[in-house]
Design a protein around this ligand. Structure first.
Ligand code: ADP
Length: 499
């Protein structure tokens, strides 16, 4: 019993280190606004504030048939999307795993030829008639591709690697990530690489837009959110975190190199907010945040993301719990029938458990912890046993785990509110009586599946100076469904209008 009492005290002590007060929220919003503004002035700042050349968001009346492709990791996805013009859409979806050897091909051509071939397969499968009619008309038409312009599919290309964007359908690859390594592609325009291979197959397809997934989320949400409210921000809270919002072009002081439509006086900005506060002026740093950063592949970088997103929250919890287990005065995950000479032999966790491996604790279990409110925490205890190989976790173990997980997630939600709140303030629309709703589209497993994540964000928005409870009521945060495909289609449409 003294051991479990000590555990309760230790848990309280640890949990309090993840407190993020109302005052903290405001200090962070202030800094976030400052760093947003710095990023609009010059390159090389904490927030990159990348101009996307997308100069408007949809209102739900857009119509047409578009293609969207997504290259971002293990799979290549091809969708065709019919926008019905009444905020609804229909979507067909195909995906293919990228062969490992193509991820490290000698030339970019090999990878992009594979992508084009897959686009052809999808066209033949889902748009056979359209495709055949293109082929028949090819010889009689007047465009360089040999197709009538109105019969050419516009394609939005979601490419989730670091790119220097130079136009709505132009961007140079800065570096590969996520296991890809094709040196020959670095510095090249990825849209042109794809277009070349599409042309080689004589497909009636134009790569019309290069799309970042956050911009896609903003566009998709703006199209589907019913009523007259265009969305102001798209945010991702999944493996990583990032946001894109609408900015007045006059506030973008740094040069925008390529051409864009100036008629709207707006442009979508990709904030790259995962790197907010890389110099650590304000972000909270517990010993476990520091340990996580030190063992990461990019120490000192993406400091906001390391406190907010799915890839990192589980690891913060793991590092914290392991530290608490090392405290000999508490009973946490210990076999109380043994002596305490050796932590690893007295613990009631299998040595093979993810609990003892860096990145071994998936943040999904935090959602399980948060949603189990039963007196015995039986679902969570079962999950600890199934996924982390804890033998017979006690109620006290599960309570401590739940408390730590909740504290880490709650801090993440309040930090998310910092980013969202700063963008809301930047929009200048909080006090505008004509703006009844400030709509925000979000996507990602964390915000979608963690219980009450959006409620925790809302609670923190209400304490922000300049927003307050009244302002927070106007803010509507909704999930952007199928964001990547629909958003890319919508950006292709915007691009087509600029042609
Ligand atoms: P991506 O961002 O790669 O497109 P997701 O939005 O599915 O994919 O996010 C995956 C991340 O979300 C992973 O880091 C995973 O640990 C985390 N995750 C998955 N399910 C949950 C959940 N139920 N609760 C909290 N985090 C989750």
């Amino acid at each position: 019993r003294p051991l479990t009492m000590a555990l309760a005290n230790e848990t309280t002590r640890v949990v309090s280190q993840f407190d993020f007060s109302d005052q903290d929220v405001n200090v962070h919003v202030h800094e976030f606004l400052q760093q947003m503004s710095d990023g609009l002035e010059a390159d090389g700042t904490s927030l990159s504030q990348i101009p996307t050349y997308v100069t408007g968001v949809p209102n739900g009346t857009e119509k047409g048939l578009y293609l969207a492709v997504d290259l971002g990791g293990t799979n290549f996805r091809v969708c065709s999307i019919t926008l019905n013009g009444d905020t609804t859409f229909n979507l067909t979806f195909n995906k293919v795993a990228i062969p490992k050897e193509l991820m490290v091909a000698k030339t970019a051509k090999e990878l992009f030829a594979f992508l084009a071939k897959h686009i052809e397969l999808v066209l033949r499968e889902h748009h056979a008639e359209h495709f055949e009619s293109h082929v028949r008309r090819r010889n009689t038409a007047s465009t360089p591709l040999g197709y009538r312009d109105e019969l050419i599919f516009r394609l939005g290309f979601t490419f989730s690697f670091p790119v220097k964007q130079l136009g709505i359908n132009k961007g140079e690859l800065i570096r590969w990530t996520k296991g890809f390594d094709i040196p020959d592609a670095i510095g090249k325009d990825v849209c042109a690489l794809l277009q070349d291979e599409i042309d080689r197959l004589h497909l009636p397809v134009k790569v019309a837009a290069l799309v970042n997934d956050t911009v896609g989320t903003l566009m998709a949400r703006s199209y589907t959110s019913t009523g007259k409210h265009r969305s102001i921000l798209g945010g991702i809270f999944g493996t990583g975190t990032n946001g894109a919002y609408i900015e007045k072009t006059e506030k973008i002081k740094k040069p925008i190199e390529g051409e864009y439509d100036t008629s709207t006086s707006e442009m979508v900005i990709n904030t790259e907010w995962g790197s907010f506060d890389n110099q650590l002026n304000v972000l909270p740093s517990t010993p476990w945040d520091k340990a996580l950063d030190a063992q990461s592949v990019n120490p000192g970088i993406q400091m906001f993301e390391k406190r907010v997103s799915g890839m990192f929250l589980g690891e913060i919890v793991r590092l914290t719990i392991v530290d608490m287990m090392k405290n000999e005065k508490t009973s946490l995950f210990k076999d109380l029938n043994s002596s305490f000479n050796d932590l690893w032999t007295t613990t009631n966790i299998s040595p093979q458990s993810g609990m003892f491996k860096p990145w071994g604790l998936d943040s999904a279990i935090m959602s399980v912890a948060a949603s189990d409110n039963s007196p015995e925490l039986s679902t969570l205890r079962q999950e600890l046993e199934n996924t982390l190989h804890v033998y017979n976790p006690s109620l006290e173990d599960a309570q401590a785990f739940k408390a730590v997980a909740n504290a880490v997630a709650r801090r993440a939600a309040r930090l998310s509110a910092v980013a969202i709140g700063a963008v809301v303030l930047q929009s200048g629309k909080v006090d505008d009586p004509d703006e009844e709703v400030l709509d925000i589209g979000v996507d990602g497993s964390l915000v979608e599946h963690y219980p009450f994540f959006r409620d925790m964000i809302h609670e923190a928005l209400a304490v922000i100076d300049g927003i307050g409870p009244e302002g927070a009521k106007k803010i509507r945060i909704g999930i952007a469904k199928d964001g990547s495909g629909v958003g890319a289609a919508l950006i292709a449409l915007v691009a087509q209008r600029m042609e």
